[in-house]
Write a protein that binds this ligand. Structure first.
Ligand code: GLN
Length: 221
């Protein structure tokens, strides 16, 4: 288990913007309302990060919790366990439905596995929403967890401190998938396809909100 990293927030991190969405009914501005799938894994850390950047965070356990959301985060954890719990509560079809209506969804680590169209070498049911093939626990037993600074051009020049915990990697990307970040050896570890965003690593375990802010900008209306 890796705890929160002890980083001193930079000036830009302390000056957090409030993310605003247009209210669909009244046309009034309001904070973005983002759901975090709260079945198992690192969901509290995403909730905390979203609140720090001024978004409203909602823990999602039932299909009805998806109503009125501007976006949804699928956290890291154990993808097989999260998948089973999703089925038990009827969330698999409900999430597929909101994704097809265009709701932005961000899958981190196990969440990335859940979004993938297939898992290499395993008959593991996923949501099958994003045209990527992922390999689970791809970095071997000796290096189950590691941290590295990455260049993520859609953010800005400053490198992003990425925490990998028994992480998956993206082995294949469809033509419409855009690589957002890669390891020095070229392995893609963050990508986007339309309203879908994935990262092999855990941005919620750092004090750097830039990927969450990028995700909120996908949800901005
Ligand atoms: N190893 C986990 C899995 O395969 C993912 C780990 C994580 O989310 N940090 O589901």
């Amino acid at each position: 288990m890796v705890g929160r990293l002890q980083e001193t927030p930079s000036a830009t991190q302390r000056l957090r913007p409030v993310w605003i969405s247009e209210d669909r009914v009244g046309g009034r501005a309001r904070a973005s309302r983002v759901g975090v799938l709260a079945m198992q894994g690192a969901f509290i850390e995403h909730v905390d990060m979203l609140r720090q950047i001024g978004a409203e965070a909602v823990q999602v356990r039932l299909p009805r919790d998806l109503e009125g959301l501007d976006g949804l985060i699928l956290p890291g954890g154990e993808s097989t366990t999260i998948g089973k719990l999703m089925d038990a509560w009827g969330l698999r079809d409900a999430i597929r439905h909101v994704a097809r209506t265009g709701m932005p969804i961000y899958g981190t680590c196990a969440g990335m596995i859940l979004l993938a169209s297939d898992v290499v070498g395993q008959a593991q049911p996923t949501l099958g929403l994003m045209d990527i093939s992922v390999q689970r626990n791809a970095f071997g037993r000796q290096v189950d967890s590691f941290e590295i600074d990455l260049q993520i051009p859609v953010l800005n020049e400053r490198q992003f401190h990425a925490v990998f915990i028994r992480a998956p990697l993206i082995q294949r990307m469809g033509d419409n998938v855009q690589a957002l970040a890669s390891l020095p050896n070229g392995t893609v570890v963050a990508a986007r396809e339309g309203n879908l965003l994935v990262s092999s690593f855990h941005p919620e375990l750092t004090n750097d909100p830039r990927l969450h802010e990028y995700f909120l900008s996908m949800a901005g209306r």
